[in-house]
Design a protein around this ligand. Structure first.
Ligand code: SF4
Length: 270
């Protein structure tokens, strides 16, 4: 009779608030949890600091599953074609592949930080030996609950939220909003420059790929930055006005509306 392999328990961190809160929540609930983080080498320094703080809280190392092939290596094999929503090779090669390689073929329970107030499933590995579970959804933990867990543990929200970035993942992630590019320019000008340097004619056909629908050179022009900030303020006002119309039960229940739009890939941003 073949020996049954023990089931591994794995929690994959993105450096975002939900997976971090889940790590805190599960710390005393599951023995032998393995915490992993897929570092693309292009993460924000703020994210790396946050992961280190979490390690201190957990009293356990978070395993970095970084692949030998860097973002720049893969980009070369793609002829300089930057990833985009339609060509999302980065998620597959720099996040999902290392995740599946780390797990191998052993049976594993994978803990995913989708919250109770989120209406999505969206798990992206389909390997049969990986069983996803959703403790926050099962235990009714919503956005306000996640914020509470992070505050009680002394970590608070990820540090990049202080300067207005809403997502973890690579500093040049093409999912970021225009306002986040402006904030990157203001708070990490060196990273903005690094991102801008990728927008150059590629070796194969001289075509220029941009991270967004306009070049970063256009975005950084002072008048364009001011316009983006102005549009953002107006949108915020409209959101605030909508919030005032929320039912009293939601206000009393502490239900908060998350500012971050949830597009993007879960493995990078949960
Ligand atoms: S964070 Fe964005 S750029 Fe980085 S791997 Fe994920 S989708 Fe790609």
């Amino acid at each position: 009779m073949s020996e049954q392999k023990p089931v591994r328990h794995i929690l994959s961190l993105s450096g975002g608030k939900d997976s971090t809160a889940l790590a805190i929540y599960m710390r005393d609930r599951v023995e032998n949890m393995e915490y992993i983080f897929h570092d693309t080498g292009k993460e924000l320094p703020d994210t790396l600091d946050y992961i280190e703080k979490l390690e201190a809280y957990l009293g356990q190392r978070v395993v970095r599953t970084t692949t030998r092939e860097s973002f720049d290596d893969v980009l070369r094999t793609k002829g300089g074609m930057l990833p985009s929503g339609k060509r999302r090779w980065c998620t597959e090669l720099l996040k999902l592949k290392p995740f599946e390689m780390y797990i191998g073929d052993e049976p594993c329970v994978n803990y995913v930080g989708i919250r109770a107030d989120e209406d999505r499933v969206g798990y992206i590995s389909h390997k049969p030996n990986i069983k996803p579970v959703f403790p926050f959804r099962d235990d009714g933990i919503d956005y306000a609950g996640v914020v509470r867990i992070l505050e009680d543990a002394g970590l608070g929200l990820p540090p990049y939220t202080e300067w207005g970035r809403t997502r973890s993942g690579c500093f040049f992630c093409f999912y970021q909003q225009k306002i986040e590019w402006v904030r990157l320019k203001q708070h990490h000008p060196e990273l903005f420059e690094e991102a801008k340097a990728y927008e150059k004619p590629n070796r194969v056909n001289g075509k220029v790929f941009n991270w967004t629908d306009e070049s970063l050179e256009t975005i950084e022009a002072p008048e364009r930055m001011a316009q983006i900030e102005d549009n953002w303020e107006r949108a915020k006002e409209r959101r605030r006005a909508r919030q005032h119309k929320r039912p009293l039960v939601a206000v009393l229940g502490g239900l908060e509306i998350e500012e971050s739009p949830r597009d993007g890939c879960m493995i990078c941003q949960l």
